[in-house]
Design a protein. Structure first.
Ligand SMILES: *[C@@H]1O[C@H](CO)[C@@H](O)[C@H](O)[C@H]1NC(C)=O
Ligand SMILES: *[C@@H]1O[C@H](CO)[C@@H](O)[C@H](O)[C@H]1NC(C)=O
Ligand SMILES: *[C@@H]1O[C@H](CO)[C@@H](O)[C@H](O)[C@H]1NC(C)=O
Ligand SMILES: *[C@@H]1O[C@H](CO)[C@@H](O)[C@H](O)[C@H]1NC(C)=O
Length: 638
């Protein structure tokens, strides 16, 4: 009797255990069968419903990001809402949500007009940083964003600058003034742009409410670009289901992510028939901007390098255990490079230690707070677009001995992975990435960014004008509101802003905006003074730190935690601490046998190019498993 009860009970558990629970993706609460059927009828299930298996507190990080927060299982998953640092501010006069008006009731100055006023065009090499820095910054943001808002105006709505665009409320192109310094000669009066997709536009919540941005990536540092956001996609386009490996192809002795076999070709700029490679990774995220494509290839190879090493160390481990351990180390390596190598250079190491973004010691740390939901601030991906001022347009190609070969425009390499695999291009572009300076963080922008933007995809575009315009469509409060939030004082007139801007920049702001309340957040960042001990504007520092700390405290699977499921041992964490971008390139870069120890910093007397033998390595023997003799499982769903 008792036995049958136990049996019955465990059968019950198994059934319940495998039954998915359906949640409203916006609200995060379970929905009824009836509500679910309605979403099927409206064809909104994909965006508006999260179907997830019940949480298991001992399970590792899920690919779909669910169950990160055990009280709110969908938070951290794909298609879940952002939070706002400050409440939205829109013009809602017509019952719509349009960019806010200026304080005198008129429209704010045109985005393109402000961009051409505030940022000059030209090229100044940065004295400190290399191209690798701007490449990885694109990759950092792509971990928490998806590309749909760009694809929207290139592919889905290619008519925003045509008469048809006037009838589509999703088209919000940027007007180019008649006296524009460049386009007074070309006759181009319009740049394509679309309104950001939202829970409203996807049909998940009622129209006529504050727009809530929707994206596909999971809002965590978890290499979404490679592992995807859905188990189905990872199984289809990622895992080889053999020795923990990701699928790969070998071409000309180089290892690549698999190339897509379908007719849908996202590599719109591949010059066929010569350029064929188009990478089919779980989210197609590795065929976008060049920097993202490069780091995707490198971390893809890095996963397999580790899976192979772990499999040799622990022959008893099964595919599942090898895969999830390699992924865990790969994500930790990635996060370690961003937090402890990249950000201290840009934001100042002492600043970050003071603000608890990083630690000064190499041991564990645990700041986990279940009350903080794993989410991204809507402001974060927008403000990081400031880094476009550091983007260099002309990539220099170098050979292995450091001899300069030729230039290639980075804007021609968007949605074009095929180019990397021909003529040894990836070898030369990799060498260039740590030998060439990026653009200086000043008031000067590379003309390819501000006049070409997406390259041959568009007749003309200005990435930075779009940045400012998007700032408005996200409904951000004025720059001074954010500065006030950051520094705890108010700014009522232009004189109050003397502490934030050089006299010349302040005068420029005064000429273009009638009131301090009118200054756009993005425009303020463009002209603001830089943080002491770092290279980025003060308010950018402040908003970025808010998000960087949020990642640490809200992520139950944060790699520095000693008591997360499958946590690293102290020895393993010490190995992760050795990660560096230069080591990554030595391990998986093409023909990299020499590099400077600090790959984000230009080579020089204090950072001499040396043999890879001298760059510290992660010793994977810390993962040798003496306790595991036969079958060793990793607790994660397939
Ligand atoms: C249903 O939604 C999916 C995902 O958004 C989309 O790909 C598909 O085309 C839609 N089908 C119809 C019939 O509208
Ligand atoms: C909101 O309006 C858009 C059209 O602009 C439509 O596609 C969408 O389905 C609407 N959302 C809801 C929830 O009705
Ligand atoms: C880059 O694209 C432009 C068109 O936008 C084209 O005119 C130019 O020749 C291309 N440059 C290279 C090096 O392919
Ligand atoms: C707008 O987008 C379409 C489709 O991508 C493109 O053909 C057109 O050149 C773009 N317009 C401008 C002004 O760039």
């Amino acid at each position: 009797m008792v036995l049958s009860r136990i049996l019955l009970f465990s059968v019950f558990l198994i059934i319940v255990g495998s039954e998915k629970i359906r949640y409203d993706s916006f609200k995060g609460c379970p929905i009824s069968d009836k509500e679910y059927k309605e979403t099927i009828k409206r064809n909104t299930t994909f965006w508006c419903v999260n179907e997830i298996e019940p949480c298991d507190p001992d399970e590792g990080r899920r690919v779909d990001g669910s169950c990160n927060n055990l009280k709110h299982p969908t938070r951290g998953a794909t298609h879940t809402p952002f939070y706002r640092i400050l409440p939205a501010e829109y013009d809602t006069d017509d019952g719509k949500f349009e960019p806010r008006k200026a304080s005198d009731g008129g429209p704010l100055p045109l985005a393109r007009y402000l961009r051409t006023s505030f940022l000059a065009e030209g090229k100044v090499p940065d004295p400190v940083f290399t191209q690798l820095l701007t490449h990885i910054l694109a990759f950092v943001v792509s971990d928490v964003l998806s590309l749909q808002d760009t694809v929207n105006y290139i592919v889905w709505r290619p008519y925003c600058c045509l008469p048809k665009g006037k009838t589509d409320p999703n088209c919000v192109p940027n007007e180019v003034p008649v006296d524009d310094p460049v386009h007074r000669f070309s006759g181009i009066r319009c740049f394509n742009m679309t309104r950001p997709e939202s829970f409203q536009s996807m049909g998940c919540i009622k129209n006529g409410t504050v727009p809530e941005r929707i994206i596909s990536s999971t809002p965590m540092m978890d290499l979404s670009q490679m592992y995807g956001n859905l188990y189905e996609n990872l199984a289809k386009n990622g895992r080889k289901f053999e020795k923990g490996l990701l699928k790969y192809e070998v071409e000309d002795d180089r290892i690549w992510p698999p190339s897509t076999k379908t007719k849908v070709d996202l590599c719109l700029l591949n010059q066929k028939p010569v350029e064929k490679r188009c990478h089919a990774t779980p989210e197609d995220g590795s065929n976008t901007l060049l920097g993202i494509n490069l780091f995707s290839i490198w971390f893809w190879r890095n996963h397999n390098r580790m899976a192979n090493a772990l499999s040799e160390l622990n022959p008893a481990w099964d595919d599942e255990k090898l895969f999830y351990t390699a992924r865990d180390i790969n994500i930790a390596t990635w996060t370690q490079i961003v937090y402890y190598e990249l950000l201290p250079l840009l934001m100042g190491r002492d600043n970050l230690i003071r603000d608890s973004v990083i630690m000064s010691t190499p041991g564990f740390r645990d700041l986990y707070n279940e009350e903080k939901l794993p989410q991204i601030a809507l402001e974060y991906p927008l403000v990081t677009r400031w880094f476009h001022v550091m983007q260099e347009g002309a990539l220099k190609l170098y050979d292995q001995d450091g001899y300069y070969l030729r230039d290639f425009p980075i804007v021609n390499l968007t949605l074009r992975t095929g180019w990397l695999a021909v003529d040894d291009n990836i070898d030369y572009i990799t060498q260039g990435s740590f030998r060439q300076a990026c653009g200086k963080a000043d008031y000067i922008v590379d003309p390819d960014m501000s006049e070409v933007g997406l390259g041959p995809h568009q007749r003309a575009n200005d990435v930075l004008t779009s940045d400012l315009a998007k700032n408005r469509y996200f409904g951000f409060k004025p720059y001074v509101a954010y500065r006030e939030w950051c520094f705890g004082r108010s700014y009522d007139d232009f004189d109050d802003l003397k502490e934030a801007f050089d006299p010349e920049r302040l005068e420029l702001l005064k000429e273009r905006y009638k009131s301090v309340e009118d200054i756009d957040l993005m425009a303020g960042l463009w002209l603001e003074k830089h943080v002491e001990g770092g290279y980025i504007p003060e308010t950018l520092y402040c908003i970025m730190s808010e998000q960087l700390i949020r990642f640490v405290v809200s992520d139950r699977h944060w790699y520095e935690r000693p008591n997360r499921p499958h946590a690293f041992t102290a020895d393993q964490l010490l190995e992760i601490r050795k990660a560096s971008v230069s080591r990554l390139l030595c391990d998986v870069g093409d023909k990299v046998s020499e590099i400077q120890p600090q790959g984000f910093v230009r080579a020089g007397p204090k950072n001499k190019i040396c043999s890879c033998e001298e760059i510290p390595k992660i010793d994977l023997s810390a993962w040798k498993d003496s306790g595991c003799k036969n079958h060793c499982h990793y607790r994660n769903r397939k």
